[in-house]
Design a protein around this ligand. Structure first.
Ligand SMILES: Cc1cc2nc3c(=O)[nH]c(=O)nc-3n(C[C@H](O)[C@H](O)[C@H](O)COP(=O)(O)OP(=O)(O)OC[C@H]3O[C@@H](n4cnc5c(N)ncnc54)[C@H](O)[C@@H]3O)c2cc1C
Length: 546
């Protein structure tokens, strides 16, 4: 045991090395920002938790540098809803992919966390300290000072520019920052079981919305299956956790005595959101900022959206390229979307857990009726009911919703061919930096010298998306191009509506503003106004572009 006190200085201190803290550390490592991550435990948390991720989460994991083959996954083609009284009353089609990734997959959370921790070893700017607990912190206008202890009881002081609470639902950082965690803890308890089953041809997700025993059942990688059983108030946790009780619950799915139970846990679910995701120089991400019932598999996904939003802002602010008020846009941009996702999860909870036979007949009958109306059927069957990842207020220029490249929307992603013949996903080409992208038009030739200078302050790169086959044209006939031409080989980016427009994109892929070649000078002016008004906390720059 030692009582020596060590001191460190860093730009960013992340408290908590769960999946969200690890993901943020990877992003900061990629931008070479000096970062310390502290984690009170020595090992990855092994209880059954996240199992499903959507295409948006996979796109963020791509940003983090996760290769497709680095995470074992099962691609889920559909989600089925059954009930003893209404039969198969609902079905959502998850088949196919969006923005280069499958719409829905299942995975094994400890595998993901191991992969992220391995990635962190390669970043020189990131230091991970396990067995290290945050005990207290103080913030001033200039920095945050944190006091920590190691498992050998030695003390540690870390001074940082920004402290990030990625310390889970019971967040100590949130409490110390004085941020309330409004919402509710749901009274129902759920028994979660991961098991290796013998019925290996199960490939999808099903919800058995039986008031007597609501169950969620999911196929998972490496022969695993996940069951989530709602427990009744009279059922004792200690009894229900016994393998024998679990085998009884699993019997409808085969010879349950032969199933190998891997993990089990009982949870209450919560719907809670921090009143703000930041306070001064302290920021919350992941479960520290919000918790949701898992019925639409969005807890971790929301945490990943947090770090995709906050990561680049921290990087640009720490390198002095943007003022620290930029970070005020984080809470403004993320909180409404998180709340919308929780509302959807609660709605789904009502469908999955009808109180009794009558409410089951009523609720599931209503779903059946809704699915008779084509526009509403599409909302459910094609998962269009899921809130789209659009920013309503924040660091972008507001424009008409008819604008095909509307500020606050995320740019689509697809496979593109580079001039050297290499094929890549487009986000990787844009390299998670500011980009000025012309859609079948070279933006760079329309810029005046002073406008170029302004854009170069923020490291804006220029690109030109061309239709498939453009490079096959006779090179002599092609206009000279000072940006980078890329061919849209999957037709995901370029279309008849956005052709000849130019869009300014943030490092996280969200559109700041767009215009035609004639309006490019005004776009650069609006970008400057937007960044200058960050100090006034207003997110209200409007486009005059038609
Ligand atoms: C049953 C269940 C099913 C779920 N299913 C899904 C799903 O299908 N899809 C989905 O997207 N999400 C799902 N979730 C949610 C998902 O698991 C969580 O959102 C996610 O794990 C949260 O990650 P995190 O990094 O924010 O927090 P955590 O994983 O809780 O990590 C926080 C870390 O901070 C550390 N820490 C805490 N305090 C301190 C301190 N003072 N000092 C240092 N370290 C500290 C902790 O030890 C911990 O390692 C599910 C959750 C449950 C319970």
């Amino acid at each position: 045991m030692t009582d020596s006190i060590k001191s460190h200085r860093t730009d960013i201190l992340i408290v908590g090395l769960g999946p969200v803290g690890a993901a943020l550390a990877c992003i900061l490592g990629q931008y070479n920002i000096s970062t310390v991550v502290v984690e009170k435990d020595s090992d990855i948390f092994q209880q059954p938790r996240a199992i499903a991720l959507d295409n948006e989460a996979l796109r963020i994991l791509q940003m983090i540098g996760l290769e497709d083959n680095e995470l074992k996954k099962v691609i889920i083609p559909e989600v089925q809803m059954h009930c003893p009284y209404s039969g198969n009353f609902g079905r959502a089609n998850a088949f196919g992919s969006t923005d280069g990734h499958p719409n829905l997959i299942t995975f094994y959370q400890p595998d993901l966390e191991t992969t992220l921790r391995d990635k962190l070893k390669h970043f020189k700017s990131v230091k991970v300290m396990l067995n290290t607990t945050l005990e207290s912190f103080d913030q001033s206008d200039l920095h945050v000072s944190a006091s920590l202890t190691n498992s050998d009881s030695s003390s540690l002081h870390i001074t940082c520019k920004y402290l990030i609470g990625a310390d889970g639902a019971k967040s100590f950082v949130r409490k110390c920052a004085g941020l309330d965690f409004s919402g509710k803890t749901h009274k129902e308890r759920w028994l979660i079981v991961d098991a290796f089953a013998t019925n290996n041809n199960f490939r999808h997700v099903e919800f058995l919305c039986d008031p007597h025993r609501p169950v969620a059942h999911l196929a998972a990688p490496k022969g695993r299956q996940r069951w989530e059983f709602m427990l009744h108030p009279h059922e004792k946790e200690s009894e229900m956790m016994k393998d024998q009780s679990i085998s009884t619950l699993l019997r409808p799915w085969g010879d349950a005595d032969k199933f190998k139970i891997e993990r089990k846990a009982v949870y209450h679910f919560h719907s809670r959101v921090a009143d703000a995701f930041s306070s001064g120089r302290v920021f919350l991400v992941g479960d520290a900022a919000h918790v949701t019932p898992p019925f639409v598999g969005q807890g971790l996904v929301s945490g990943l959206r947090d770090v995709a939003n906050l990561g680049w802002k921290l990087a640009w602010v720490c390198s002095g390229k943007l003022p620290n008020q930029t970070l005020n846009s984080y809470s403004v941009e993320r909180q409404p979307h998180v709340k919308a996702m929780i509302s959807l999860a609660r709605l789904m909870g009502r469908i999955v857990m009808p109180k009794n036979k009558s409410s089951s007949i009523l609720i599931h009958g209503l779903v059946r009726i809704i699915r008779l109306i084509p526009v509403l059927k599409k909302q459910i069957d094609e998962l269009e009911i899921k809130p789209s990842n659009r920013i309503k207020n924040g660091l972008f220029v507001k424009s008409s919703k008819r604008n095909p490249l509307c500020g606050g929307h995320q740019i689509a992603q697809g496979y593109v061919k580079l001039q050297n013949g290499e094929i890549s996903l487009s986000d990787c080409v844009f390299d998670y930096k500011f980009s000025l992208i012309g859609f079948d038009i070279d933006p760079s030739i329309y810029l005046q010298e002073h406008e170029r200078k302004i854009l170069s302050t923020y490291d804006v790169n220029f690109y030109c998306i061309r239709p498939l086959g453009y490079q096959a044209l006779d090179c002599e006939q092609l206009p000279t191009n000072s940006g980078i031409d890329i061919e849209d080989i999957t037709g995901s980016l370029l279309n008849q509506h956005n052709r000849n427009r130019i869009a300014l994109i943030r490092p996280d892929g969200f559109i700041i503003d767009s215009t035609t070649s004639k309006g490019l000078g005004r776009l650069v002016e609006r970008f400057e106004t937007l960044l200058n008004t960050i100090n006034t906390y207003q997110w209200n720059v409007h486009s005059d572009d038609t």
